[in-house]
Ligand binder design. Structure first.
Ligand code: HPA
Length: 277
């Protein structure tokens, strides 16, 4: 006899969209909110935004919802929050991200995005902490993602699913973000598999490819969000200059520290952007 399958998304026979629908139904029941308008995935440094964007009406442990995994990382809260925005819209805040480097497969990585779509969400905000290639970006700088380069070799799409990724990170939503903060710069996000940080040579490769930001999330999620028909706003908090651009070694502690120092400012920024979307 084969070992029992522990996680529903690990069973290749299972339709991941069916699991996402079930998860959305569970969230609707647990939050009392039948449909959400906006979802936000909050990466390193962005967590404070959840407290600033509106009134939390329900908090659910993500691990209690079908398809979600227990967060691998301290600093990732592991909750789903339903928040009523000042404009009356309903936001679903996803504080539980499954990273590709955890090795559980792409279906689990994009489950939260597919669940958001099944929950009615039309606007998906993806945030992360990342390394900056542009030397003018000091740690603590928030930047808009204008496009991405997916260096993971993976995709959330299965089979011959040919999907257009033009304007993946909506220029309309970037415009709105810039109307809130005209100083916001933008750049191309390169998703590496991780979990090791990049080598300086890899950073130079990303730069020569046209990349400006290096990180370990977001691109796969954005592809799934586009497949689900949502409009996407992507934002990176530059927590450090990328390897070799900064002359000192990178450390996770430094990344967390930069996130902590910036969280009030970027949380406030995101709160001001969200009500305009
Ligand atoms: N590279 C990849 N991921 C990151 C970095 C980095 O420099 N900083 C924070 N997350």
């Amino acid at each position: 006899m084969s070992a029992p399958i522990q996680h529903p998304l690990d069973d290749p026979q299972v339709d991941p969209f069916e699991i996402a629908s079930q998860a959305a139904a569970e969230i609707a029941e647990r939050t009392g909110v039948a449909s959400h308008d906006i979802a936000l995935t909050l990466g390193s440094g962005w967590g404070k935004a959840a407290d600033l964007i509106g009134a939390t009406t329900a908090t659910v442990q993500a691990s209690e919802i079908i398809g979600f995994s227990t967060p691998a990382l301290a600093g990732h809260v592991g909750t789903l929050r339903s928040i009523e925005l000042p404009n009356g819209k309903r936001a679903l805040v996803i504080g539980a991200r499954t990273h590709f480097y955890e090795g559980h497969g792409v279906r689990r990585v994009v489950h939260s995005v597919r669940t958001a779509a099944a929950a009615g969400v039309k606007t998906m905000i993806l945030t992360n902490g990342a390394g900056g290639i542009r030397e003018t970006w000091k740690p603590g700088t928030p930047v808009l993602i204008s496009d991405h380069i997916n260096l993971t070799g993976a995709s959330p799409l299965e089979g011959a699913t040919f999907i257009d990724l033009t304007d993946l990170y909506s220029s309309r939503l970037r415009e709105i973000a810039r109307s809130v903060d005209p100083s916001l710069d933008e750049g191309v996000y390169c998703q590496f598999r991780g979990p090791q940080y990049e080598t300086p040579a890899e950073v130079q490769m990303a730069k020569s490819f046209g990349g400006h930001i290096v990180g370990m999330s977001t691109a796969l999620e954005a592809i799934a969000a586009r497949q689900a028909g949502m409009e996407i706003l992507g934002m990176s908090l530059i927590t450090n200059l990328a390897a070799g651009i900064q002359k000192t070694p990178l450390s996770h502690a430094e990344v967390l520290e930069a996130g902590k120092n910036a969280e009030a400012v970027i949380g406030d920024l995101l709160a001001r952007i969200v009500v305009e979307l």
